[in-house]
Design a binder for this molecule. Structure first.
Ligand SMILES: Nc1nc2c(c(=O)[nH]1)N[C@H]1C(S)=C(S)[C@@H](COP(=O)(O)O)O[C@H]1N2
Ligand SMILES: [Mo]
Length: 355
């Protein structure tokens, strides 16, 4: 189905799409996504943060509540990890009917190097009390969603929050966080969809009961219909994307390529396990062949490069790619429709006219 056949996009969706940009597919060529090419998703407005007055509060079910300056956090031992972050709504606009929200095609992803202090070191300083269940992360940004005025906030189960790779991150690609990526501090949860990595972090609260806020109880759940409470969305399902070969037609983005051998290149990632296989189809998913995998990424949740030599013959071809991880999870041919339009990891299809 071409764009013109599909139900038109609304001005509200356009307003969201123009604020929250995707990573262009050609940026899959970079192992580390340049900051300005990383996707962006901001539910409300970017808050104005006075960094001289900034304090991170750590409280709730702890022995000693803390108020930490940025300098105090920067003075602690820090780690840098290359992490693929992806929005849970990536692929939403390809669902039919299209759930109305940020209308992502497939570019809501990026692989950045994040520097920060392990959250567990800070929690150890505060002393988590017996009976703690979850850790709540509250951002400074406020808005109205589902008729509820709220700060953007999400919780994590305590065992996830205590992983050594969950960072209080203050740098992205070796520079201070930019305003749009959470300046001056965000939480980074490798392997989980982006909604868990709360930006503009103001407060960390240890909880002895589950947090039932809007972004947990209503948003970010796989629901078959509006009455279905659904299952929460957590880790990133495997996906692979390719750099579309050839050149684009400006208005339609249709690809045009010369006959001959094209090296197809892309990246694959998963929040469940290592990428073990990427396959390519040049006949719209009828037959598949293995791509050549690049080296194992240095960090567990960084993306992995792959390539595939395609002998392009004149005519129209639909190229597809599909990733499988070490837990055996792979990508379906068709999406699983759901109310929020989440986790559409159906294989990418790129139509190329060879002439
Ligand atoms: N405070 C706050 N944190 C947030 C969001 C937000 O709107 N507010 N958006 C979340 C979502 S849905 C995603 S996908 C990621 C996007 O991070 P990025 O814009 O740095 O790529 O941030 C998450 N953290
Ligand atoms: Mo997201």
């Amino acid at each position: 189905m071409t764009g013109a056949d599909r139900e038109g996009i609304s001005l509200e969706e356009l307003a969201l799409a123009a604020r929250n940009h995707a990573m262009p597919y050609e940026a899959l060529r970079y192992d580390v996504t340049p900051v300005g090419l990383h996707y962006l998703l901001i539910h409300y407005d970017i808050p104005d943060v006075d960094v001289s007055a900034f304090r991170l509060s750590v409280g709730g079910h702890v022995e000693t509540p803390l108020e930490l300056t940025l300098d105090a956090l920067r003075a602690m031992p820090s780690t840098t990890l290359a992490v693929t972050m992806e929005c849970a709504g990536n692929g939403r606009a390809l669902l039919e009917p299209r759930p109305v929200s940020q209308p992502w095609l497939l570019g809501a992803v990026g692989n950045a190097e994040w520097t920060g202090v392990p959250l567990r070191d800070v929690l150890a300083g505060a002393g988590v009390r017996e009976g703690a269940l979850e850790v709540l992360f509250t951002g400074r940004d406020r808005g109205v969603e589902g008729d509820i005025e709220q700060a953007y906030e999400r919780s994590l189960p305590l065992d996830e929050a205590m992983r050594e790779d969950v960072l209080l991150a203050f740098e992205m690609n070796w520079g201070s966080l930019l305003p749009q990526h959470g300046f001056p501090l965000r939480i980074l949860v490798p392997g989980w969809y982006g909604m868990a990595s709360v930006k503009w972090l103001e407060r960390v609260t240890v909880l002895a009961e589950p947090f039932e806020g809007y972004q947990m109880a209503t948003s970010y759940r796989m629901r078959e219909d509006p009455d279905d409470p659904g299952e929460p969305i957590t880790r990133i399902f495997p996906r692979s994307l390719m750099i579309p070969p050839g050149i684009p037609e400006f208005a339609t983005r249709a690809r045009i390529a010369e006959p001959g051998t094209h090296r197809l290149e892309g990246r694959a990632w998963s929040g469940f396990g290592r990428i073990e296989r990427v396959e390519v189809s040049t006949d719209d998913g009828v037959t598949w062949a293995d791509a050549v995998l690049g080296p194992e990424p240095a960090s567990a949740f960084g993306w992995r490069a792959w390539s595939f030599d395609w002998r392009a013959e004149p005519g129209e071809h639909v190229l597809c790619c599909r990733a499988t991880d070490s837990t055996g999870l792979t990508q379906p041919r068709e999406p699983e429709w759901n109310v929020g339009g989440y986790r559409n990891t159906a294989v990418q299809r790129v139509t190329v006219l060879v002439r």
